[in-house]
Design a protein around this ligand. Structure first.
Ligand code: PLP
Length: 414
């Protein structure tokens, strides 16, 4: 007989024996919407009703007046920056732990990404670090609400107003996330969402930008920036070329799926919040384990769960911990992205456009050296990511908690 307390990696019985809960993300609702979209005999957003309905539903859910649909979350961020007037040589402050989509739009506007350091518990940019990075060239802040956990928006907005900066919220991982009772994506000047296939809701690919000033002119500028700078409002279409803008239009097929997906979003987020918070409750107080921190009064909708280990306190390396947890039947990953964004070759080589150093060569003193954001680097060296899914059962969550406790208690005692 095997000793149930022995780690599975040492031949003991794994904690997780029943498979994780799974489910279908798409069903009749999406099919019906798609059928209706095709029956319109057009898949163009401006002629059909699906993208319009998707945005109207989204606006209702978020309590905003205006939003624009895009072809991706990356596109949404680019559109927000373009509409905000971010341009050649400007500096834009953002997070070094994020998806590449956060910085793509900055560089396409020929602006220079500047990275602020993160809070050790929430993994989001600290207001202090943002303020320390401000120079006369700073034009905007892209605040990334990592993994569905809100940034500290009150001080960030205060700093932005003081220095006359635009704030773009990157909410690609943060649907229905709340900061002190307010939905993120409605607090900055623009809120950007992604509906790529890995996010809380999927339209295959897609994105949304909210225009939080509620100003019609701002809306029209933003709308046009996602559509070649064509102004399509009601029956008026104006194609005068007054400036450069990409074509990031969403199609009716995506809008149709989005309508059905949005109806599922509150349930998806309820599950994720409950599951993530339960893991935190279950693993709090274990020496050497630092749970995913959510500040009091905020709501995290956990796109993933990410704890940190302290190897000395835990009595094993992060790699040993991850392997042992995996053997207990709990999928996990050491860290999140392989390294902080500024340590990627594009930044180290200062070459975004093939054969060119532009716009990096416009920058004056922006450093991408190792150690620039020590806490962010340390987070990636000590983090353990645990995927979460709304289809998991409560039993699955209890198994995750038990497995973490079992592995931690084993290494502490040897
Ligand atoms: C997914 C993601 C993006 C980009 O979204 P796409 O739809 O993949 O272009 C941007 N920022 C963050 C934080 C993301 O997670």
């Amino acid at each position: 007989m095997t000793n149930p307390e022995a780690l599975a990696i040492h031949g003991g019985t794994p904690v997780k024996t029943a498979p994780f809960g799974t489910g279908m993300r798409f069903g009749e609702e999406e099919l019906n919407e798609l059928g209706e979209a095709l029956n319109q005999n057009t898949l163009f957003y401006h002629f059909g009703h699906k993208v319009k309905q998707f945005l109207a539903d989204f606006n209702g859910m978020y309590g905003v007046k205006y939003s624009v649909a895009t072809s991706s979350g990356t596109a949404a961020i680019h559109v927000a920056l373009g509409a905000a007037g971010v341009t050649v040589g400007d500096e834009v402050i953002t997070s070094p732990i994020t998806d590449t989509g956060t910085v793509i739009g900055i560089l396409y506007q020929n602006a220079i990404p500047v990275f602020a350091d993160l809070d050790p518990g929430t993994y989001n940019m600290t207001p202090e670090s943002i303020e320390a990075r401000i120079t006369p060239r700073t034009k905007a802040i892209v605040a990334v609400h990592l993994a569905g956990n809100p940034c500290d928006m009150d001080p960030i907005m205060e700093i932005a107003r003081k220095h006359n900066l635009k704030v773009v919220e990157d909410c690609a991982q943060a649907y229905l996330t709340e900061y002190k009772g307010r939905l993120v994506g409605t607090i900055g000047d623009y809120g950007c969402f992604s509906t790529n296939d890995f996010k809380h809701i999927s339209t295959g690919d897609g994105g949304i930008v909210t225009i939080n000033s509620g100003d019609e002119a701002d809306y029209q500028i933003t709308h046009a920036f996602a559509d070649k700078n064509y102004h399509r409002f009601g029956n008026v279409v104006q194609r005068d070329i007054t400036g450069l803008a990409p074509n990031y239009r969403m199609t009716e097929l995506q809008g149709a799926v989005g309508i059905a997906q949005l109806k599922k979003l509150p349930w998806i987020c309820e599950r994720r919040t409950a599951y993530g918070d339960r893991i935190t409750e279950g693993i709090s107080g274990i020496p050497g384990i630092r749970p995913h921190k959510v500040e009091e009064g905020n709501r995290c909708t956990y796109w993933f769960y990410m704890l940190r280990v302290n190897e000395a306190e835990l009595g094993c390396t992060r790699e040993q911990f991850c392997k042992a947890l995996e053997a207990e039947g709990i999928p996990n990953r050491a860290g999140y992205i392989p390294k902080v964004v500024y340590l990627q070759p594009m930044f180290q080589n200062k070459s975004a456009y093939r054969g060119s150093q532009f716009p990096f060569n416009l920058s004056d003193g922006v450093s991408y050296a190792g150690g620039a954001c020590p806490e962010a680097e340390s987070i990636l060296e000590t983090a353990v990511q645990i995927p979460l899914n709304e289809f998991y059962t409560e039993r699955d969550i209890e198994d995750i908690v038990s497995a973490i406790r079992k592995v931690a208690s084993h290494y502490r005692s040897v």
